[in-house]
Design a binder for this molecule. Structure first.
Ligand code: DNO
Length: 355
């Protein structure tokens, strides 16, 4: 595996490449062209410039998170082909630039959803948290307003103000889309992009829905082992793979994370590894990465990745906000650096004990 950190680009991130380079064992970053809109074709020059900036800082551009999928593709409108053509152009240019992993999601309207961005824990750190009761009380149109004041002046992925301004329209677009339709639209999209992925050896890594159930009545399909295996089978190409995100699949305590990892051998192209602490099945917070701080056995998760021969990029995921850092919620430097170091420690121990 290759340890990486997510980085939004020098114009958008509070964390610098120099800081990332100084985290021991982190050799790559996962980045994106953060100011491109879903549906736009990515230009080769811009991709090469991003790559050069990262390489000049002594790091590798290990993959993209995310090339976002336009809602017309997810809904399956008559216009979808034009957006898929643009997506193919983006993949082609990424392939030409030597990028081989692309993370994306197929979540309707909202990307990941949390109800609090700065829940205070007993040690004074703050974390992202979710309570079903808070979602049930909210009108989806008010979701953005209810959390926007805690974004620390950053633009969070999937929560762009321009997008949120169109929320009513977005909900209307999905009104006839159920799980089956969403599966069919995903299949259509994948079948169209697989030839370019084959040509340039690009591993597509779908990110799970977070939380792993329907919110506000919207369909959500990438939520459990059954559905993800269905997806792998419906387009049975090794380039059709997943981002295994422990914090997203783990929102549903019925998901056995190590077992899911083992069932996806050869199809996990990217890993997001973090812990969650459940106060009840409907209330969880994003704990420190350490097993003892949350509900997951992080050793077992890393061991399962080792057992399937996982060799793609991995990253610590959302960190707590600690040591008075002011950054995008979940994406500060300090706690993610601690997370990377901890995961590297687990990995070293696993590798050595298997000699
Ligand atoms: C949240 C992230 C997601 C993820 C996208 C992938 O912090 O894990 O926003 O990047 O769903 O497209």
């Amino acid at each position: 595996m290759e340890m990486t950190l997510r980085w939004y680009g020098s114009k958008f991130d509070t964390v610098t490449l120099k800081q990332i380079r100084q985290i021991p064992g982190v050799t790559g970053v996962i980045s994106t062209l953060y100011d491109t809109a879903p549906g736009e074709a990515w230009e080769l020059d811009r991709i090469l410039a991003l790559k050069k900036e990262i390489e000049d800082a002594g790091l590798r551009l290990s993959g993209i998170e995310s090339v976002n999928v336009h809602d017309e593709i997810k809904v399956g409108t008559a216009n979808r082909d034009q957006y898929i053509d643009n997506y193919i152009t983006s993949l082609e240019n990424l392939g030409k630039a030597g990028i081989h992993m692309v993370c994306y999601n197929f979540m309707p309207v909202f990307d990941w959803t949390r109800t609090e961005l700065a829940r205070k824990r007993p040690d004074g750190s703050t974390v992202l948290a979710y309570t079903q009761a808070a979602v049930d009380r909210l009108n989806p149109e008010d979701m953005f307003d209810s959390i926007s004041s805690d974004m620390n002046g950053t633009v969070m992925p999937g929560w762009e103000p321009e997008r949120m301004a169109r929320i009513k329209e977005l909900f209307a677009m999905y009104k006839d889309v159920d799980d089956e339709k969403l599966f069919a639209n995903l299949k259509y999209f994948l079948e169209r992009i697989m030839p370019v992925c084959d040509k340039y050896d690009i591993n597509m890594a779908i990110h799970p829905d977070d939380p792993a159930w329907s919110v506000f009545g919207l369909p959500r399909i990438i939520i459990n082992k059954k559905n993800i295996l269905r997806m792998m089978k419906m387009v049975d190409n090794p380039h059709n793979g997943v981002t295994f995100c422990s914090g997203s699949y783990g929102t549903n305590l019925n998901n056995d994370l190590p077992d899911m990892i083992r069932s996806l051998k050869g199809r996990i192209h990217f890993a997001h590894v973090r812990n969650l602490k459940f106060n009840s099945p409907d209330d969880f917070e994003e704990a420190a990465h350490l097993s003892s701080d949350g509900n997951f056995d992080m050793y077992e998760i890393m061991l399962a990745l080792y057992d399937i021969g996982f060799d793609g990029p991995i990253r610590p995921d959302h960190g707590r906000m600690i040591w008075d850092e002011v950054a995008m919620p979940g994406y500060g430097l300090y706690d993610r650096a601690l997370g990377a170091t901890y995961l590297n420690g687990l990995w070293e121990a696993i590798v050595k004990s298997h000699r």
